[in-house]
Design a protein around this ligand. Structure first.
Ligand code: AMP
Length: 429
């Protein structure tokens, strides 16, 4: 029976695999420049890690987790997101002990049992960051700035920053009360999800996709009218710093994000191209979450983070025709004449790789025709030909395919030919 990949998963090969690593490399480099260091946490965690922090009113915990009981009778969950796991790592390892600011980034697979569709898979990759130990609108703005720098460096255009504040607990409590009062008489006119959210966390009703255009939703109270002064000031300062970094943003007063742990600013990076079928898709999102440390019985940790969906970034790069496959690496092919030359060719191949050059040989064929076919197939920029004479004199014939120049050089001159570093080794066949 034919075996296929599980529903909602993807195989990445060829160009897509390169594009995936390209995104990882660019984002890692920029995060490093912004003072973040990589962390690698387990792919699975105790289920409690997510239940406590992501929250039982979130879709993730409610219906999307890949949870199973392992052979030791423990409840285990394939990580649906990283923020809770990185906080678990931080508290468990007492990384807060030095009282410093800590900035972490991660890249890897995550798992949510969702209905697969364009840009939504059951295994997906996120690149994300978390910064602990500082509560300042300047840091929040700089993190949004960093995310924009990453998209810029990847060449991705037409991405807008949508931003909102959901305030600290104080503001949120009075806002929640106002929402409860407002929505109560309309419950029968709203979808089932909204009715469930009404009971667990009415803020999440604003996030509803089904009723988003409903006038009831549009007229709902706005958080900005319930912010305590301190929260309002924090948000205003954040916007001021975004202006300083020349980040274009849009205040989106119904943006609340789907996870329960956020406090104060929340934001999303949204694809903004009205002509595109994926217009409005969120490439990433994040926000501040100052109360999570306590969920792990740790200290009070001021924290902020965001994550990009790598698959979605790939989608918009493809849509915008951004090609990352422009590595300018010369491809060398070795063609050998006869059995003895095949052995010498292998030695030469090994030497070229020591020089960090990209080289191939036809392992199987000694006839010329299939060997030249291979040169064509791999798009060789240079073809090296060796036979008995070349071996006897430690020489080689090298042809520049583009210019058609052909020369005979000594083996020891190879590095000079390619303009690379001096080699101490006395190389012979
Ligand atoms: P979240 O962790 O829910 O805040 O999501 C952050 C980003 O991860 C989203 O904006 C998406 O780009 C990406 N993402 C989340 N869930 C999925 C999924 N099921 N499939 C693909 N990408 C996802």
């Amino acid at each position: 029976m034919k075996i296929n990949k599980p529903k909602g998963t993807q195989d990445l090969f060829g160009y897509q695999a390169k594009q995936y690593r390209h995104i990882q490399n660019i984002c890692s480099k920029i995060a490093t420049n912004f003072g973040f260091e990589e962390v690698i946490t387990p792919i699975f965690e105790a289920s409690e890690t997510f239940i406590r922090s992501v929250g039982e009113s979130s879709d993730i915990v409610n219906k999307e987790m890949y949870t199973f009981i392992d052979k030791g009778n423990r409840s285990i969950t394939l990580r649906p997101e990283a923020t809770a796991a990185v906080m678990r790592m931080y508290v468990e390892n007492k990384l807060y002990a030095d009282q410093n600011t800590h900035k972490y980034f991660y890249f890897g697979p995550f798992f949510r049992y969702e209905r697969p569709q364009a840009g939504r898979t059951r295994q997906f990759t996120q690149f994300g960051v978390e910064a602990y130990g500082v509560e300042s609108p300047a840091l929040d703005a700089d993190i949004i700035n960093m995310a924009c720098k990453m998209l810029n460096a990847l060449g991705a255009k037409n991405v807008k920053v949508a931003i909102n504040t959901i305030g600290s607990k104080l503001s949120r409590d009075s806002y929640r009360e106002a929402l409860t009062e407002y929505f109560r008489p309309y419950l029968s006119e709203l979808c089932e999800d909204c009715r469930n959210r009404f009971l667990k966390n009415p803020l999440r009703m604003l996030d509803c996709k089904v009723d988003s255009e409903n006038v009831i939703m549009k007229n709902a109270p706005k958080i900005k009218d319930y912010l305590v002064e301190e929260d309002q000031r924090y948000f205003n300062d954040l916007l001021k710093y975004l202006d300083l970094f020349a980040i274009k943003y849009e205040i989106s007063d119904r943006l609340v994000r789907g996870l329960d742990y956020y406090t104060n600013d929340v934001f999303e990076f949204i694809y903004d191209d009205a002509t595109s079928p994926i217009n409005g898709m969120a490439l990433g999102g994040g926000g501040r979450y100052n109360d999570m440390g306590k969920e792990f019985d740790g200290p009070d940790v001021k924290a902020i983070g965001f994550a990009f969906g790598v698959g979605r970034v790939m989608m918009i790069m493809d849509e915008q025709g951004i090609n990352v496959d422009n590595e300018n690496i010369n491809q060398i092919a070795i063609v050998t004449l006869g059995e003895k030359a095949k052995v010498a060719g292998l030695k030469l191949l090994d030497y070229l790789r020591k020089l960090e050059l990209k080289a191939e040989i036809d392992y199987v064929n000694t006839n010329l025709k299939p060997q030249f076919k291979m040169c064509e197939r791999i798009n060789a920029d240079y073809i090296i030909i060796i036979g008995d004479d070349e071996i006897a004199n430690n020489e080689l014939n090298i042809k520049n395919v583009k210019t058609k120049d052909e020369t005979k050089i000594k083996l020891t001159e190879l590095n000079k030919y390619f303009g690379i570093k001096e080699v101490k080794e006395n190389v012979t066949y």
